[in-house]
Design a protein around this ligand. Structure first.
Ligand SMILES: Cc1cc2nc3c(=O)[nH]c(=O)nc-3n(C[C@H](O)[C@H](O)[C@H](O)COP(=O)(O)O)c2cc1C
Length: 195
C-alpha cells in the first residue's frame, strides 16, 4: 500500500466548487493524508521541519490546486521554496526524497481544447507544469502526469460529481498500486487510467 500525501492549496476555499468537491472525496480515501495548506498556514508561516517530516512519511506527493495564472496559488510556491531545502531535498547530500513520486491534481477554467498548441492557451498542461516536473527530478523523485479537471467555468453539478468519482478511483488505485509504471508513462492525464 502506497502512502499518499495531498498538499492542497486553494486561497478561496469558501468560493470553490470543484476543488471543494475533490477535497471532500479525497479525505474519505483510506491511505490518503489530506493537508490543507491555507487552513494550516493562513499567515504563510510554513513550518519547514513539520513539512519535511510529513514528506518523509509518505511515498506519493500530490499537489492539488486550482490552476492560477498557469501555475499554482502562492502558498504552494512558498511551501516549495521553503520546504525543499538544499542539502535535504536536492544537492549532493540532499537525498531525503529519493524514490518518491510527485504529481499535480489541478482544475482549470479553460477547456482541454484550449490547452493545445493551436488552442487559446498555446501550450499543453504538461508544458505549463514543466517547473514541477523538473523540481521533482531535481529532488530525485519521479513525476507522474497530472490529474486534470478542465472547463470549470462551465461545469454542471454532474460534471463535478463525475470528476470527483474519477479522482476517488484514481486515488484508490494509486494507494493500492494498481497502475503499472508503463501504463502511467503512456497517458497524458492520469484521468485516462480510469476510463
Ligand atoms: C486568480 C485566478 C487565476 C486563474 N488562472 C487560470 C489559468 O491560468 N488558467 C485557467 O484555465 N483557469 C484559471 N483560473 C480559473 C480557475 O482555475 C478555476 O476557477 C478553478 O480551477 C475552479 O476551481 P474551484 O471551483 O475549486 O475554485 C483562474 C482563476 C483565478 C481566480
Amino acid at each position: 500500500m502506497a502512502k499518499v500525501l495531498i498538499l492542497f492549496a486553494h486561497p478561496r476555499y469558501e468560493n470553490s466548487l470543484v476543488q471543494q468537491h475533490l477535497s471532500t472525496v479525497a479525505q474519505k480515501v483510506s491511505g490518503v493524508t489530506f493537508h490543507d495548506l491555507y487552513e494550516f498556514y493562513p499567515d504563510f508561516d510554513v513550518q519547514i521541519k513539520y513539512e519535511q517530516d510529513l514528506l518523509i512519511g509518505h511515498d506519493i506527493i500530490i499537489l492539488q490546486h486550482p490552476f492560477y495564472w498557469y501555475s499554482c496559488p502562492p502558498l504552494l510556491k512558498q511551501w516549495i521554496d521553503l520546504v525543499l531545502e538544499h542539502g535535504w531535498a536536492y544537492g549532493r547530500a540532499g537525498k531525503a526524497l529519493a524514490g518518491k513520486i510527485m504529481m499535480n491534481a489541478v482544475s482549470t477554467g479553460g477547456s482541454q481544447a484550449a490547452y493545445q498548441p493551436d488552442g487559446f492557451n498555446r501550450f499543453t498542461i504538461g508544458q505549463f507544469l514543466a517547473p514541477f516536473d523538473q523540481t521533482a527530478r531535481l529532488c530525485n523523485m519521479a513525476y507522474y502526469p497530472p490529474f486534470v479537471v478542465h472547463g470549470t467555468h462551465r461545469a454542471a453539478t454532474r460534471d463535478i460529481e463525475n470528476a470527483g468519482e474519477s479522482y476517488r478511483l484514481l486515488l484508490e488505485g494509486i494507494v493500492a498500486g494498481k497502475f503499472s509504471d508503463e501504463a502511467i508513462r503512456n497517458v497524458t492525464y492520469l484521468n485516462e487510467l480510469i476510463n
